[in-house]
Design a protein around this ligand. Structure first.
Ligand SMILES: Nc1ncnc2c1ncn2[C@@H]1O[C@H](C[S@+](CC[C@H]([NH3+])C(=O)[O-])CC(=O)[O-])[C@@H](O)[C@H]1O
Ligand SMILES: O=C(O)C(=O)Cc1ccccc1
Length: 259
């Protein structure tokens, strides 16, 4: 019987500790969102991403300001649905519904279970649909809020502008894209400092030097962060009119992009 904790206001999620990289691996495989990651994901993301709980909770608060009646709120790369749960808790706008999309079957299966749990604990939540699929192949409906919470960094760099353009085309007036990402920094000293501080954050959260090193090698081929300047330019190139950073903790940031 797995242990559970509450991380999305009252809803139970697995609290199995992340020890995926604790033992020396002869060869570190590329990071994948498989069953092993799913079991430890709530613990992994909280101990690895500084500011993650603050970003998720406030994403719901922000979304409530941009939600338009009778529109869709997208959670793209939804993992276990933490953002979807925050959207459902905070948004009260008439006729809104949430569409969560992830291409990991293991994530989608567990996400649906957690959302059923949320439905059994709260009343008057927005309707939600969880789609197992590639966000690059998604047929977007008119949307008022699109959340890309630490997902764009896993999309091949050459596909990023096209995806953001399609999101921009789907956004209704008054809506917004909320984009959270790990950042790279063009200034080498700034990059080194914030990278070292992120390692200190992980160490303070109980990860060993070996775990930190093996995780770094697992993600280096699959997760390609951009700088804030690259994000801003790409968003403007995709047709967004304004880019407003609203949160940064070390090398992790979240931006609001307006249509
Ligand atoms: N092409 C794709 N199509 C669909 N999903 C994808 C694709 N590529 C990657 N993913 C999915 O994007 C998610 C990224 S995690 C998001 C955290 C979540 N937003 C959270 O707020 O808890 C970020 C992280 O773990 O750092 C994974 O579930 C992938 O399966
Ligand atoms: O762990 C890291 O170093 C990260 O950059 C964040 C992260 C969190 C969860 C899965 C993959 C990457």
């Amino acid at each position: 019987m797995p242990a559970f904790s509450t991380y999305a206001a009252g809803t139970a999620v697995s609290k199995e500790p992340d020890r995926l990289f604790a033992q020396p691996l002869a060869q570190v495989p590329d990071f994948a969102f498989n069953e092993d990651v799913v079991r430890v994901f709530p613990d992994m993301i909280k101990r690895s991403v500084p500011g993650y709980p603050t970003i998720v909770e406030n994403l719901g608060v922000l979304a409530a300001q941009f939600a338009q009646p009778n529109s869709v709120l997208y959670d793209l790369g939804s993992s276990l649905g933490a953002v979807t749960q925050a959207l459902r808790r905070h948004v009260r706008t008439d006729g809104c519904r949430v569409i969560a999309v992830d291409n990991s079957a293991a994530m989608v299966e567990r996400c649906r279970e957690y959302l059923n749990g949320q439905d059994s604990m709260f009343q008057e939540l927005l309707p939600v649909e969880v789609i197992e699929g590639d966000i690059l192949a998604l047929d977007f409906q008119p949307a008022s809020v699109v959340a890309l919470n630490f997902t764009l960094q896993f999309i091949a760099p050459e596909q990023r502008t096209a995806l953001l353009s399609r999101i921009r085309q789907s956004l209704l007036p008054g809506g917004a894209l909320i984009l959270s990402e790990k950042l790279r920094f063009n200034d080498p000293e700034e990059h080194a400092l914030l990278t070292d501080l992120h390692v200190a954050f992980k160490r303070a959260n109980g990860y060993s030097e070996l775990e930190i090193a093996q995780k770094r090698s697992a993600i280096e081929n699959v997760m390609k962060p951009d700088s804030l300047e690259e994000h801003r330019e790409r968003l403007l190139a995709a047709g967004f009119s304004k880019v407003v950073p609203w949160f940064q903790c070390l090398n992790f940031a979240s931006l609001i992009a307006l249509p």
